[in-house]
Design a binder for this molecule. Sequence first.
Ligand code: PAF
Length: 279
Amino acid sequence: MKIFDNKQNLSNYLNELRNNGKSIGFVPTMGALHQGHLSLLAQSQQQTDVSVCSIFVNPTQFNDPKDLEKYPRPIESDIQKLEQAGCDILFNPEVNEMYAGNEQWHLDLDELEALLEGKFRPGHYQGVTQVVFKLFDIVKPDMAFFGQKDYQQVLVIQKMIDLLHLPVKLVMCPILRETDGLAMSSRNIHLSADDRKHALVLSRTLNWLKQNFDLSQIASLTKQCEDFIKAEPGVQLEYFEVANGKNLRNADQGSKQIVALVAAKVGNTRLIDNMIIRD
Ligand code: PAF
């Protein structure tokens, strides 16, 4: 695997590959890699000639400095995992390689910015789009692979692609779960053994909703789901929403695509999860 920390060197290297007719797949990450990330890489390897993974803990998408500070950064083991998985290229820049100083960035994300994650993490998606735009500009991928785990992020990135007419195809890849149902996340390493048990209420509730979806009205199902989660010790619910899968507005029984999304603090760790109820 080739490793770059300099954007110009990476860009030159990729230009050569592109001139030789190679298609480029891109998997942007913040590291602390798990099987979920590696499944994105596997998709990229299947669908493109050259796979680039980036590891960059992007400061502009954190609204809590403590969260940024404690974000895991196990770079040596990440490199090993990528080598083993056969990744072609890793881009692992320092902050000053990505940001020259105090830069202005604003994209009109409309209600996607105000809903759900947007409401609980003000400015988060401005930071995400800011860095993903920069990364796309350096890598110029044909295809970019994002996890369904961050469902709202996928919609936000697609909106940026549409607004700015970026020539990249976004592919959303399914959530990977531990055998007990917990959605894989870099943040799971912060969970104590007790937190880990309590965290299962999230996937259990999403599964329950999926199985019972046709039996009741959305409002009453949502209330029951909220009550399940609130009853779990050590879990502080932020939101549980049954939403239209296209725009994340409240779903109604007639919506063609429906996704249920949840965010909660488990102990001191904020987790998100979701499930596609109707595709
Ligand atoms: O999903 C993530 O890990 C990040 O939000 C991303 C897309 C790598 C941007 O920093």
